[in-house]
Design a protein around this ligand. Structure first.
Ligand code: ADP
Ligand code: MG
Length: 285
């Protein structure tokens, strides 16, 4: 089906934190240009998977291959070289709040700049035009010299995206990029991510607990539940049964987060009937 080599390949990956297994026997291939949604409730292992993909975490078992390299076998220097080609946007934006926007955007160069160049740029900003262009792309060109902590949450997430644009990676990973944004800003951010991946033919992998957004923006959905892949499908094949499998609670003490209930209730009031909400709510007692 795919002519090219995968950008990412996970082979029998498990990730333990102490005794706790956050991911179990995950096998996954992601190809160039794909737009993949990682979905599942809180604690399913989405962030852990994103961290394995960008090499900020190495698997306790199995292999993570990225751009043709087994990340566990790389020297720190080679690992950084691979990491330059992967851009990540986080839920918490990960910006330095007491710096002006331009410095946060220019942090996208840090994988390439020497320490001295980076230090000089903090006093006399370098590559101002590149930063300005990236901010124009994300719709806030006027914020170039604004103090980052004076921006709204939606604007800060745009800065985080501009930083990734400056980095110009082949792959963009986004870990719940909209969970701190209201619905309107969420749509704008998802539109931006889609446009950026379209324009640059970049691979996009987004973790989302909002299934609705994943359905609207991703071509492929990987469902995670308690550290395991429960489905890996073209988005069009998503069925109510799969959603049940994703969110059903099996142990009495486990709960479904209120936001998920809201999403599922939204579905249940639509063409999929009440089945979902009763199966989820019925298990919550
Ligand atoms: N550094 C860590 N130490 C211990 N447990 C962790 C750590 N990171 C994640 N976990 C646990 O692994 C599970 C999966 O977490 P995570 O990947 O953050 O899920 P998600 O992003 O889907 O909410 C959770 O139960 C979480 O508590
Ligand atoms: Mg997470």
């Amino acid at each position: 089906m795919h002519n090219s080599l995968p950008i990412f390949e996970l082979k029998q990956v498990s990730q333990k934190f102490g005794q706790f297994r956050a991911l179990a026997n995950v096998n996954l291939k992601i190809y160039p240009g794909e737009r993949v949604g990682l979905v599942g409730s809180s604690g399913a292992g989405k962030s852990t998977l994103i961290r394995l993909l960008n090499g900020t975490l190495l698997p306790t078992q199995g292999e993570v291959w990225c751009l043709g390299r087994n990340l566990s076998k790389l020297s720190p220097h080679r690992l950084r070289q691979v990491q330059r080609r992967i851009g990540t946007v986080y839920q918490q934006f990960n910006l330095v709040n007491n710096l002006r926007v331009i410095h946060n955007v220019n942090a996208g160069h840090l994988g390439r700049w020497s320490f001295v160049k980076a230090a000089v740029s903090l006093v006399f900003p370098l590559e101002v035009e590149t930063a300005a262009k990236a901010l124009t792309q994300v719709g806030i060109p006027e914020k170039l010299y604004a103090p980052t902590d004076k921006l709204s949450g939606g604007q800060q997430q745009r800065v985080a995206l501009a930083r990734v644009l400056v980095q110009n990676p082949e792959v963009i990973l986004a870990d719940e990029p909209i969970s701190n944004l209201d619905p309107q800003l969420s749509r704008e951010m998802m539109d931006l991510l889609r446009d950026i991946s379209d324009i640059g033919s970049k691979t996009l992998i987004i973790s989302l607990h909002a299934l609705e957004f994943a359905r609207n923006y991703c071509d492929r959905l990987v469902g995670l539940r308690q550290g395991k892949i429960v489905f890996d499908i073209p988005t069009a094949d998503l069925s109510p049964k799969m959603i049940e499998a994703l969110y059903r609670t099996e142990t009495p003490e486990s709960t479904v987060s209120p936001s998920l209930i809201k999403h599922i209730e939204k579905y249940s009031s639509s063409r999929w009937g009440e089945r979902l909400s009763s199966s989820v709510n019925g298990n919550r007692k």
